[in-house]
Design a protein around this ligand. Structure first.
Ligand code: ADE
Length: 262
C-alpha cells in the first residue's frame, strides 16, 4: 500500500520508522511518502494560513498550497487515484470497520491540518475527482491532525497482509467483525500462574478450549457492560445466546443497556 502525507510538520511522522510499521516499510508492504506543505507556498514566509472569512478566532489553511501539493501527489501516479483522508474533529468517526476499508485501498493520501482547518473548497475540488473522507479519531480536539494520521496509519498498517506475526491477532481484536463484534476484549494473562498473590483464572490453565472460549465471552460481555454501556445497548439481540442473556441479566445494568431479551 502507498501512503502519502502532506503536513507542515513532516518530522512528526518519525514514529512510522519504528516497530510494526517501521518493519512493514522495510519489507515493502507499506510505502510511505512524506511531503512538506510549505514547499508549495511561494511567498518569502511560505505562508499557509490566513484569517477566516466571516470573522472568528484562529486561522484557516489557504487553498492554494494544498491544491498544488495534492496535485503534485496525484501526478506521482496518473493511472490511479488515492483515497484522500482529511483528519478533523468534525469528521465521521474512525472505527475498526473504516480501518479495514482503508486497508483494502491501494493508495491513501492524508492531509492533516493545523489551525482551524483547511479551506473547504479543497475538499470540494478533490471530492469531485476521488473519494475524500473527513475523519475524526475521537470526540476531543487535538492541536493538529498529525497525531490522528499516526493513529490511522497504525490501525490500517497492522491489518495489511504480512504485517502481524500472528494472523489471528487481528481477527480477535475488539471491534473486529465476527461473533465478538462490538464486544471489548477481556483480560489477558501470561506466566507465572501466581504473581504477588494474584492467580491466573483456573479455567485458562485447564486446556479445555470450550470452557476457555465461554469464559472469554463472559469476560468480554462484563467488560463491555462496565466500560461501554452504549456498545452493549447496540448489540443485536440475535447475536446473544442463552448463556449471554443469563449473564447480562445477572449484571446490574442500567435500563437502557441490552437486557438480552430483545
Ligand atoms: N484534528 C484535531 N482534532 C482531531 C480529531 N479529534 N480527529 C482528527 N483530526 C483532528
Amino acid at each position: 500500500m502507498r501512503v502519502d502525507v502532506i503536513s507542515i510538520f513532516p518530522e512528526y511522522f518519525a514514529p512510522l520508522d519504528v516497530s510494526l510499521i517501521g518493519k512493514a516499510r522495510e519489507r515493502g508492504i507499506l510505502d510511505v511518502h512524506l511531503h512538506q506543505l510549505r514547499d508549495w507556498a511561494h511567498d518569502v514566509h511560505r505562508t499557509v494560513d490566513d484569517t477566516p472569512y466571516g470573522g472568528g478566532p484562529g486561522m484557516v489553511m489557504k487553498p492554494d498550497p494544498w491544491g498544488e501539493a495534492i496535485d503534485a501527489v496525484l501526478d506521482a501516479d496518473p493511472t490511479t487515484r488515492p483515497r484522500i483522508i482529511v483528519p478533523t474533529p468534525s469528521g465521521v468517526p474512525f472505527t475498526q470497520r473504516l480501518a479495514m476499508e482503508y486497508a483494502a485501498e491501494p493508495w491513501l493520501l492524508f492531509t492533516p491540518a493545523r489551525y482551524e482547518g483547511i479551506d473547504s473548497r479543497v475538499m470540494a475540488e478533490y471530492g469531485s475527482r476521488t473519494r475524500v473522507d473527513e475523519v475524526s479519531v475521537g470526540d476531543y480536539v487535538l492541536a493538529g491532525g498529525e497525531v490522528a494520521v499516526l493513529v490511522m496509519v497504525e490501525a490500517v498498517g497492522r491489518l495489511l497482509p504480512g504485517v502481524l506475526g500472528n494472523a489471528r491477532s487481528a481477527v480477535d481484536d475488539s471491534f473486529a467483525p465476527g461473533a465478538m463484534e462490538n464486544l471489548l476484549e477481556g483480560p489477558v494473562y501470561t506466566k507465572p500462574p501466581e504473581w504477588r498473590g494474584h492467580e491466573v483464572p483456573e479455567v485458562l490453565l485447564s486446556g479445555h478450549h470450550g470452557r476457555i472460549a465461554r469464559w472469554r465471552r463472559d469476560e468480554a460481555l462484563r467488560r463491555t457492560a462496565k466500560n461501554r454501556g452504549e456498545l452493549l445497548a447496540a448489540l443485536d439481540p440475535e447475536s446473544l445466546d442463552k448463556h449471554d442473556r443469563k449473564l447480562l441479566a445477572e449484571l446490574d445494568l442500567p435500563a437502557d443497556s441490552a437486557s438480552g431479551d430483545g
